[in-house]
Design a protein around this ligand. Structure first.
Ligand SMILES: Cc1cc2nc3c(=O)[nH]c(=O)nc-3n(C[C@H](O)[C@H](O)[C@H](O)COP(=O)(O)O)c2cc1C
Length: 194
């Protein structure tokens, strides 16, 4: 059982770091919500505890990028039934299309991952038939670096700087909830009724 607020914030950091690094963790695929009441699953690529930063990859043409733009409220909802923990994270999101974070993320991606960004039309574009959106030649192949190079213009990162964390731990003996807000001295927290 977690008994102190220090342990609770350490647990959040641990679980988000694990979510970013372990593909099988439930924390790897949180729900990302935008201020237009839309929400979607995204893969958590990185959690930088020091910077309080979450990184996601996305198609620069997708509607969420227009909504978030250079800065907008974003919330991210995590639940792991193994650890019985819900984390509701809130912060300021921004889309970086070209810049150090987007360039580094693109460089670190496999050609298979980059292939997604070859889609000819924007995510959400209406199609006459069921489609992957990819050009026919790119379907079912592991493309070369040259083949995926044009996809860079469709690739962007979503960076969310967190300012609020709401941690809920489920236990038969009694649930526990703690809320943390970011300040100059780091996270400051209080217990809350679950
Ligand atoms: C398991 C899973 C992982 C996904 N990962 C991502 C992701 O990392 N980035 C992304 O933009 N969309 C991802 N999607 C698709 C989004 O949920 C969503 O359908 C898409 O981004 C549409 O864009 P919009 O939310 O701007 O309309 C994922 C979907 C699923 C089911």
């Amino acid at each position: 059982m977690i008994d102190t607020l220090d342990e609770a914030i350490a647990d959040i950091v641990h679980q988000l770091e694990r979510g970013a690094s372990q593909r099988k963790s439930a924390m790897h695929t949180p729900v990302v919500a935008t201020q237009d009441a839309d929400q979607r699953i995204m893969v958590l690529r990185e959690f930088d505890a020091e910077q309080r930063l979450l990184r996601f990859h996305t198609d620069a043409r997708s509607p969420k990028c227009a909504t978030i733009g250079e800065g907008d409220p974003v919330s991210v909802l995590f639940y792991d039934s193994d650890t019985k923990t819900q984390i509701r994270a809130r912060g300021n999101g921004r889309i970086e299309h070209y810049g150090p974070a987007a360039d580094a993320a693109w460089e670190a991606s496999t050609t298979f991952a980059r292939r997604c960004y070859l889609a000819q039309d924007a995510p959400g574009a209406v199609s006459d038939e069921g489609t992957s959106g990819l050009p026919e030649w790119a379907e079912g192949i592991q493309p070369s670096e040259d083949q995926v190079a044009p996809a860079r213009e469709n690739f962007a990162v979503l960076l969310v700087t967190l300012d609020r964390l709401d941690w809920l731990y489920l236990a038969n003996s009694g649930h526990r909830r703690a809320v943390f807000t970011a300040g100059k001295q780091g996270w400051s927290g209080n217990w809350a009724v679950p």
